[in-house]
Write a protein that binds this ligand. Sequence first.
Ligand SMILES: Cc1cc2nc3c(=O)[nH]c(=O)nc-3n(C[C@H](O)[C@H](O)[C@H](O)COP(=O)(O)OP(=O)(O)OC[C@H]3O[C@@H](n4cnc5c(N)ncnc54)[C@H](O)[C@@H]3O)c2cc1C
Length: 540
Amino acid sequence: MSTTVDVAVLGSGAAGLTAAIVAAEGGGEVGLYEKADQLGGTSAWSGGHVWVPDNPHMAAVGASDSPEQAFSYIMSLSRGLLEERLVQRYVEASPEMVRFLDAEAGTEFYAVADFPDYHPEHPGGLPGGGRTIECPLYPFVELGDWRELVTLSPYYPSPHFTMSETPLGRAVPWKVPRDERERRRTRDERGMGQALVGRLLRACLDRGIEPAVSHRARQLILEDGRVAGVRFDTPAGPREVRARRGVVLATGGFEWNEEYKRAFLRGPATHPVSVTTNTGDGLYMAMQAGAMLNNMREAWWTPVAELPSGLNDPMNRALIAGDRTRPRTIMVNREGRRFTNEAANYNAFGGAFHQEDVTRFEYANLPCWVVFDQEYVRRYGVLDVYRPGEGGPDWLTRGETLAELASALDLPAGALEATVSRWNEHVADGHDPDFARGESAFDRWWGDPDCKGQVNATLGPLDSPPFYALPVRSGMLGTKGGPRVDPDARVLDLDGEAIDGLYAAGNVMASPFGMTYGGGGGTLGPAMTFGYLAGRDLAH
Ligand SMILES: Cc1cc2nc3c(=O)[nH]c(=O)nc-3n(C[C@H](O)[C@H](O)[C@H](O)COP(=O)(O)OP(=O)(O)OC[C@H]3O[C@@H](n4cnc5c(N)ncnc54)[C@H](O)[C@@H]3O)c2cc1C
């Protein structure tokens, strides 16, 4: 079966949905094709934060910005890896993208108050936040039968909260009044990535774009030096779709493709937390079309806690962010030593997992554990899977004393006690001379919300037995290397020329951000902006 459309968009995450909405502006016919049997990709599992410098909503939370300030911030994180023209375009186009989606797709973005950038002390960084935006709850009843097709995250057990209502956003979901919670359930009002994807999907449907699921794009149709369409595998057999204007790759990263990870990534990356259909199909197609690649060794790194089977199925893993930042936690390696600022942003933290012990030819900080005490469990619970209270979950490694815990983890005798004793002395002094934990506004925001902005939001002693340990692994939200693009999201060939008819957006493309993660929403920001740019070029 062969169909012809004006624009074929591959992948239904935020990048693909945005590209499809904008591409339809010129009145052309847009086809949206998704490999999985559900829609939304990792974007639907995400917190739904979008990082947009100088966005139209930041004034409402008392923040201000300028394109120059944003540009200098991003470039301060470059390490010589960023292409200035892409950063420039991002800074110009991302607020435009927000204005467009608010006006045309009902996104209703608002700025999350006080959420600092991830390197707020860098030049142009905003310690007081304002660049991170999110959508309010979206009633999924408005999607009709399509709502069943949006994939639900294993990481956020209830979708009925916005990110700013979760502990991560400094509020607590269980404090939402009962009648309000009831209304949310009845209307199936969903927040975070669900609210974002739900709205973008509605905007597609309103434009007559009905996504086709279980369509795995396998091959681009190349004719006379241009991309003229796509071949799919579907449950009904092969299908060909021809695209008069072009094809947008929005197929996510290659984090579930072991061969590509071995070939390209800079270090161990054993625990992705994205949808498992992100196997690098877009990368394969781009390489086939002769694309130049860039940023291949990079990912949006994140520490991931390993959970026993039965928790957060089917992945049995959880992102660990606030939980390693709050007081009464430290992280130790197999030497029983701390090895970094535990409160550092999750992307930068990836570097700690890639550090080599050159003498032993081993990764210095893998395996590692987050270690905490009973008072921690009483105050904060464990991840989002064990509520605050007495006792501790039986799936944690536990010791009545530090020595007992160290022995259970097979750490060298005495090392853990020495580490904890040194840590407790730093806490008493109110600063961490070893790793500067608590010095950045970032560390103080992600710690205990009751001490927000103070150093004791993150510094606290481990002095209340029993003690617990949870294994932490090198994970990723997705990879961020792929075909190189120009400022209109057109894929470039080996000579830097645009490949006619081929665009890329989101984690499939070489990120304009190199190694960095600017702030909360730092992956969805560029994914949606380059989706917007691809759609705009294709619409006209
Ligand atoms: C728990 C969690 C929280 C997060 N929170 C945030 C946050 O708040 N802010 C932020 O910026 N980032 C966040 N992230 C990261 C963010 O979700 C991803 O970086 C982002 O969603 C990537 O968007 P995308 O459109 O490129 O890919 P995806 O959303 O993953 O979409 C790619 C889609 O392409 C489909 N696909 C793959 N191959 C093919 C093919 N051959 N044919 C057709 N379709 C194909 C996939 O099935 C998938 O549906 C979070 C991630 C996780 C896991």
